[in-house]
Design a protein around this ligand. Structure first.
Ligand code: BES
Ligand code: MN
Ligand code: MN
Length: 454
């Protein structure tokens, strides 16, 4: 099989570049036709890999692509999940080359979606192709690639509930996360949840002259800034009553273990060109980005932002706020706590509206499970060193739903790096990572099938 991969490497890469040329931006309806083209591309590549019953499943939004190879019902089944949609490429002017015209520079592919998640799910299609072509698929496989992960996977939730039988499997395998470094393999054992809200503060019934009314009428932008500033204290703790009530506290031993993972604060700061980090007192950067919840403003607007100066008290100001959640916080509860608090702290003279957006539950997987051990062995075999378990900071909300609705655990065997710049301009993915994934995935299949056999 390795010689099959070796012989076909060049083709695998050029196919991925073709996929990256399709701007499948799920958030923006202007790209709907392209997003569908990406689904068709994925369907065709599942068929070309040798999967059966390959189909495009329609949803109320972007379609889900599915295919499977059932070789023996007595064998275990691995369900691969990924997403063919990508984040918007804006701001375009910050890209060194156009986001949907992939280029390879210094052994890295630069394009929107290179790592998140096209480059990563495509590894699975090529790994399955290699196993089928060399008659070495050791168990059944199902592949489901959706087109709405970056917008909250709303329709996938309904699809999962309606297709329990179709999706029946023993484990879910996902490559949509990162490793510590190319010479430090790791496996994410957790994802954070998410609560996302939009807030709007309204003052007077119209924009006002800031000389005639300024100083006497609430300025919604000033008020919104004050309200947001009050959400955290000087220790970076979130001041919403009840926010931490359910937060899982790790033991000193667990915290010590997670902080033993290789991490250089100097490199971290140098990469971001910042002279210091900032966050909750008494927690390390590793902890702040994994086991602790957060509250961040993602966007804020209002008033006059055009050329020159306009003297105006705006009537409205708005912000988008995200909270990353940890076990055992739930998006419904946290959104409710936020809304109640935010309305309560609004001063007289303004009205406040809070609109909830999508959310997702956090997820953790134990390291003593058979499926984790299979991933551990696969990475150990392909790297020649044992992978380190880490807790991730990002969210893949559907993973908790898979567990709730299908009763199946997910293994987060991702191959990205922090420097891949997910969601940022100049997103990239290393050729090393792409090929390492294609090599490691069949080892997961092998070890999983062997461990299940007992
Ligand atoms: N692949 C990411 C999540 C991720 C990235 C997890 C790196 C761990 C490490 C995923 O595509 C993503 O961006 N998720 C969103 C979820 C949201 C749109 C509901 C996120 O985390 O912001
Ligand atoms: Mn992703
Ligand atoms: Mn993403």
């Amino acid at each position: 099989m390795n010689s099959y991969i070796e012989t076909n490497k060049g083709r695998f890469l050029s196919e991925l570049l073709d996929l990256l040329r399709i701007p499948s931006v799920s958030a923006d309806p202007a790209f709907n036709a392209d997003t569908r083209r990406a689904a068709v591309f994925v369907r065709d590549s599942l068929a070309a890999a040798g999967l059966d019953e390959v189909e495009i499943c329609e949803t109320a939004g972007h379609p889900i692509v599915f295919g499977q190879k059932m070789i023996d019902p007595a064998l275990p089944t691995i369900l691969v999940y990924g997403h063919y949609d990508v984040q918007p490429a804006d701001p375009y002017e910050l890209w060194n080359s156009p986001p949907f015209e992939p280029v390879i520079i210094n052994e890295r592919i630069f394009a929107r979606g290179a790592c998140d998640d096209k480059g990563q799910f495509y590894m699975h299609i090529k790994a399955v192709e290699a196993m089928l072509a060399t008659n070495s698929l050791p168990c059944n496989v199902k592949i489901m690639i959706e087109g709405e992960e970056e917008v909250g996977s709303d329709n996938l939730g309904a699809f999962v509930i309606q297709n329990r039988e179709k999706l029946r499997a023993d484990v879910i395998l996902i490559s949509d996360t990162s490793i510590i470094a190319n010479d430090v393999p790791s496996i994410e054992t957790g994802l954070r949840g998410l609560s996302y809200v939009e807030v709007e503060v309204t003052g007077a019934n119209r924009d006002l002259h800031s000389g005639v009314y300024g100083g006497a009428v609430a300025n919604p932008i000033n008020v919104l800034c004050d309200m947001i500033a009050s959400l955290k204290d000087e220790d970076g703790r979130i001041m919403i009553p009840g926010f931490y009530d359910k937060v899982e506290n790790l033991t000193a031993a667990q915290r010590k273990a997670m902080n033993e993972a290789p991490f250089s604060l100097e490199d971290y700061k140098a990469d971001l060109q910042i002279d210091d980090v900032m966050g909750e007192t008494n927690y390390t950067t590793i902890e702040r980005t994994s086991i602790r919840p957060t509250l961040d403003v993602n966007g804020i607007w209002g008033g006059y932002t055009g050329q020159g100066a306009k003297t105006v008290l705006p009537s409205k100001a708005s912000a988008k706020i995200s909270m990353r959640l940890v076990p055992h916080q739930t998006p419904d509860e946290i959104t409710e706590l936020f809304s109640n608090h935010f309305r309560a702290i609004a001063p007289a003279g303004v009205r406040v509206q809070v609109r909830p957006h999508h959310g997702g539950l956090p997820y953790v997987t134990p390291t003593d499970s058979l499926e984790y051990q299979a991933a551990h062995r696969a990475m150990e075999e392909s790297w020649g060193k044992a992978p380190i378990p880490t807790r991730g900071g990002g969210s893949i909300p559907i993973v908790a739903l898979f567990e709730q609705q299908l009763g199946i655990k997910s293994i987060l065997m991702g191959f990205g790096l922090d420097i891949d710049a997910l969601h940022s301009p100049n997103e990239s993915y290393g050729l090393f990572n792409f090929y390492k994934g294609i090599e490691t995935i069949p080892l997961f299949f092998k070890h999983y099938a062997a461990l299940k056999k007992g």
